[in-house]
Design a protein around this ligand. Structure first.
Ligand code: NAD
Length: 467
């Protein structure tokens, strides 16, 4: 496309927020044309998405820096490289995923062929969050395309640079008859939610999750809700403390703690806390220096509302490390807290920032009870050298995802589903799990005309059924 055409398409995409019904009708008409069912079309779109990323890498990295002060390497690894891997994996396995799967046909139905045929759902809506504004918007788009759907993506208004960039680039690279980007906040999203969609995937907090689900009820639209919650990080007395500290510090302070699967708080005995806390301090200093505010690798809080919210949480216990707040620059230091009040907001609400409370248990045996008294978390972390202890906790605590002896790394395994359970969400994606989310698995039986046993037809006589 020429630059002029591209600009027109981009304008069209942005303006489409004004006429949402017409936009969706257009996408639906295109879907009905059957173009998106072709495997070659799906592959082309996925290749184009990859091209969009690779040809604009530096612009995406700059936009992530503007929105969240993400260091270029972090932006590349946690957002761009993540998407490359996603697309690569999907292209590699797509042929197998779309194939009909033969299943057996019972004797009474013979002769027949039975199979499961994945088919696209239609026109889907993907609503993104601001903390990984590129990855969390496009990673669901990859399986939506792979499954043969049309889609509207709605980036988060709280990451405006990424939102504008996607709105500009998406129509230049993808088939604009099938995909659109609608920018905006609550008002624009509400308009989108009034439409009939064939699936809605929402990533964000539970409050808006409820709004999304309520809107979906109107049209009986299935939803995937990728929510959050307080993800516990259990550190047993036998854990490798130094390694655990490094991995927990990385999981918690990457993106200034604004990660849905970041460890929310640590659960351990007083003995372990006494060893772990200085080890985490050391790990933080190694990563971000004595003054993390001067580090180009340490992020900022997305906006001043969230900065003030986080600053308020510091009153819920003893700040034993960090705690510095520079509200004007949306900076909160990597912070450790002890002696936290379990009734305070810091232990009641998801923290979603660089504050790590360390909760001490007088008896480690109560660890499962502590976790199970609360909502089911999105992630559960266990640091221990004992397989049987890990197994015990894994089998008695429900969570969306779990990781033993590390934080967040399960995200890299394309074959693992990613999603919440209970209050942390419903449905999942990544790899084939995402393809399944955006597909309908149609049950098909093809019968032959050569045999027709008359047992099932009325009149039912005693001769047919001896009941
Ligand atoms: P949010 O819920 O406020 O916003 C998410 C999206 O909803 C945005 O696109 C926004 O424009 C839209 N929105 C906001 N208000 C709306 C309204 N009234 N009506 C309709 N749409 C509206 O995002 P947040 O709560 O700040 O995000 C943080 C939460 O998201 C945390 O709980 C975090 O754990 C969770 N999260 C989960 C994942 C995951 O993959 N499970 C990833 C990132 C964040």
């Amino acid at each position: 496309v020429s630059l002029l055409e591209a600009q027109m398409l981009s304008d069209l995409s942005v303006a489409s927020g004004g006429n949402t019904a017409a936009l969706v009708a257009g996408l639906r008409a295109y879907f009905r044309s059957g173009a998106t069912v072709e495997l070659s079309w799906r592959r082309r779109q996925l290749n184009q998405l990859r091209k969009m990323l690779s040809e604009n890498e530096s612009r995406f990295i700059q936009a992530l820096g503007e929105d969240l002060h993400k260091a270029p390497q972090e932006a590349y690894l946690t957002e761009i490289a993540f998407l490359y891997a996603d697309i690569e994996h999907t292209l590699k396995h797509l042929k197998r995923w779309v194939r009909p799967r033969k299943v057996s046909s019972p004797l009474l139905t013979q002769p027949a062929n039975s199979y499961i045929q994945p088919e696209p759902l239609g026109v889907v809506l993907i609503i993104g969050a601001w903390n990984y504004p590129l990855q969390l918007l496009l990673s669901p788009l990859v399986p939506a395309i792979a499954a043969g759907n049309c889609a509207v993506v709605k980036p988060s208004e709280l990451a405006p640079s990424i939102s504008q960039l996607i709105a500009e680039l998406l129509p230049r690279y993808l088939d604009h008859d099938a995909f659109a980007c609608v920018e905006g906040a609550a008002a624009e999203t509400s308009k989108l939610l009034e439409q009939r969609w064939d699936h809605i995937m929402y990533t964000g907090g539970a409050r808006v999750g409820r709004i999304v689900m309520a809107a979906a009820v109107e049209h009986l639209t299935p939803v995937t809700l990728e929510l959050g919650g307080k993800s516990p990080c259990i550190v047993a007395d036998d854990a490798d403390i130094e390694l655990a500290a490094r991995r927990i510090a990385w999981g918690k302070f990457t993106n200034a703690g604004q990660t849905c699967i970041a460890p929310d708080y640590v659960l351990c005995t007083r003995h372990t806390a006494d060893l772990l806390v200085p080890a985490i301090q050391q790990a933080v200093t190694k990563m971000f220096g004595e003054d993390p505010q001067k580090s180009s690798d340490y992020g900022r809080i997305v906006n001043s509302r969230h900065t003030l919210r986080l600053a308020d949480l510091l009153s819920g216990g003893d700040v034993i490390y960090g705690g510095e707040v520079d509200a004007d620059n949306r900076y909160i230091a990597p912070t450790l807290m002890r002696c936290v009040d379990l009734e305070a907001s810091v232990m009641q609400d998801e923290i979603f920032g660089p504050i790590l409370p360390v909760v001490e248990l007088d008896d480690f045996g109560k660890v499962e009870g502590f976790v199970n008294q609360r909502e089911k978390p999105l992630a559960l972390y266990i640091f221990t050298k004992s397989d049987s202890l890990a197994e015990r906790i894994l089998s008695s605590c429900s969570s969306g995802n779990a990781c033993v002896n590390d934080c967040m790394m399960f995200m890299l395994a394309q074959d693992l589903p990613f999603g919440g359970v209970g209050a942390s969400g419903m449905g999942c994606y990544h790899g084939e799990h995402g393809f399944k989310t955006f597909s309908h698995y149609k049950a098909v039986m093809k019968r032959k005309n050569i045999l027709d046993v008359n047992l099932r037809y009325a009149p039912y006589s005693k001769r047919k059924f001896s009941l």
